[in-house]
Design a protein around this ligand. Structure first.
Ligand code: FNR
Length: 180
C-alpha cells in the first residue's frame, strides 16, 4: 500500500532566476503520484528575534502553521561560503521556537541542491545535517544528492535537459518517498 504525503520544499536561494528554484519546480513534475510537493516561501520572514515571540509577526505564525501541516520537508539549497544560506538558518530558527514548540520535530527530511563550485553544496549539506539532527528531523541516510554545472542543467523553460540528471532526480524522489 502506498501512503500519500505532502512535502514542503524550502528553497535556499532568494533570487528570481535561482537554479535551486528551477530544481524545486522540476521535482514537482517528476514526483511520484503519492508525493505532493509544495514550495513554502521563506523570503519574507523577518529575522528571528526572541523578543518578538510575545507577539509574533504574522509571517512567522503562517510559516510555523505551514510547516506543521506537512508530513515531510525537502531542503533545496545552494552553498554559500561553504555553509548554509542565512534565510534557511532564519527559517530553522523561527520553526524551532518558542522553546518546546519545534515544528520541524519528527518530519522526515532530505537535502538536495545545486551549487556552482567543484564540490557543489557539500558544505551546506554537512552543516545542515548537524542543525537538522539537533531539531529532531530524521534525514534520508543517503546524502549524496548534489548537482553542479547549473548553467547546463536546464533549458530556457526550466526543464531538465539531460536524461541522466532526470533519472538521478527520480531516484532521489523514490528513495525519499520510501524513507518517509
Ligand atoms: C556563492 N556560490 C558558492 N558556490 C559554491 O559552490 N560554494 C560556495 O561556498 C559558494 N558561496 C557563495 C556565496 C555567495 C554569497 C553567493 C551569492 C554565491 C555560488 C552559488 O553556488 C551560485 O551562485 C548558485 O547559482 C546559487 O544558487 P541559485 O541562486 O542559482 O539557486
Amino acid at each position: 500500500m502506498t501512503t500519500n504525503n505532502v512535502v514542503a520544499m524550502i528553497i535556499g536561494s532568494l533570487r528570481k532566476l535561482s537554479y535551486n528554484r528551477k530544481l524545486a519546480t522540476a521535482l514537482i513534475s517528476l514526483a511520484p503520484a503519492q508525493l505532493t510537493l509544495r514550495i513554502v516561501e521563506i523570503d519574507s520572514l523577518p529575522f528571528y528575534n526572541r523578543d518578538r515571540d510575545i507577539a509574533p509577526p504574522v509571517e512567522w505564525t503562517l510559516f510555523r502553521e505551514n510547516i506543521s501541516a506537512v508530513d515531510a520537508i525537502i531542503f533545496i539549497t545552494p552553498e554559500q561560503n561553504r555553509s548554509i544560506p542565512p534565510p534557511v538558518i532564519n527559517a530553522l530558527d523561527i520553526g524551532s521556537r518558542p522553546y518546546g514548540h519545534n515544528v520541524w520535530k519528527g518530519k522526515p527530511g532530505a537535502i538536495i541542491g545545486i551549487s556552482a563550485g567543484q564540490v557543489s553544496e557539500f558544505g551546506t549539506n554537512q552543516h545542515l545535517r548537524d542543525a537538522l539532527m539537533h531539531l529532531d528531523v530524521p534525514l534520508l541516510p543517503h546524502s549524496d544528492f548534489y548537482l553542479g554545472h547549473p548553467e547546463i542543467l536546464f533549458d530556457e523553460n526550466g526543464n531538465i535537459v539531460d536524461i541522466g540528471t532526470e533519472d538521478f532526480l527520480r531516484k532521489f524522489l523514490a528513495e525519499y518517498d520510501l524513507w518517509i
